[in-house]
Design a protein around this ligand. Sequence first.
Ligand code: FMN
Length: 344
Amino acid sequence: MADPTAPAQTVHHLFSYGTLQLPEVQLSQFGRLLQGTADALPGHRMTTIQITDPAVIEASGTDRHPLVVVSTDPDDAVEGQVFTISDDELAMADAYEVDDYARGEVTLRSGTRAWVYLERRNAEQTVGVREWLRSLEVFAGPLADFDPAAAPADPVELFLGWLREAVAVGVPDPHAMTLSTVGEDGGPDARVLILKNVDGDGWQFAVHAGSPKGRQLADRPRAALTFYWPLLGRQVRVRGAVEPAPAEQSAADLLARSSSARAEVLLGRQSEHLADTEERDRALRTALARIESEPALVSPEWRLCTLVPTAVEFWQADKGRLHDRLRYERPDRHSAWERHALWP
Ligand SMILES: Cc1cc2nc3c(=O)[nH]c(=O)nc-3n(C[C@H](O)[C@H](O)[C@H](O)COP(=O)(O)O)c2cc1C
């Protein structure tokens, strides 16, 4: 076992109000008995949660684990012990604590700054937003593999392969993407949209021509799309020019949508200030009635758009932070794609 005072390792203070104070838990988790000093966490009180991790239940001998929460009574304090441990031992403690807990730094009654495990949902109240955010996991996976050297010559083929995998593993809304445009003031604007199609021409989505994004694209027909599939740790970024599809294609896309979606398009006031919800509901009822009486009615404002890419980047997260990146680049739609690996 590493000596916690050895110079190569940072010395940490860990405040325990629970099972890490038990000698048998210390021996099984750290392979040694820790030297503890009595201390307390002011402004908090103790409660318990039921845990389900069999390994932790076996090591601790109980499925009820104590938990501290912020108390409404400032005189409350949670008593416990503070231990001095090494980097390696802190990692061991992280592995011991179940996913319901987040580690955050607190100031103890003695003035010592120490790590403490708090219920993840309530950690923000005790440790502040910054620490709470730092405690949240990213790239929890299970992550996918990606070998840029084996990637196909066509980015559409790779994109569809990744999209199929995202669907297969159950990524929610796998066809939702962030569409970034250039605003009328020259600044960026972005929102989430649903992908309509991908083919040799590019990535397709639809907008109302009168909406902010519709006006922005008419003004500056360039955009970026970003997909993120967290379960696989994958991101795809697409950039290029945006071209409106022929009117009959836009009409066909709109007619294939539900009556309520078509009625919403007929309203045509997307992103305007809404002063009166009754006015909105009345307008929606009128639009629905029009669609019922004129089933072939289409709003000429509905635009199917194709983002014709000049760059498509595939990004695969790696637990060791050596993320794999591959960017397909071409100067225009008539040129062949070049592939470049990118630094993480
Ligand atoms: C998952 C998701 C999917 C969405 N899909 C669409 C869509 O397909 N079309 C659309 O106009 N807005 C969609 N929205 C709403 C847009 O993000 C946005 O609020 C709206 O289009 C107005 O954008 P704008 O003011 O920039 O024009 C979606 C939002 C989410 C969260």
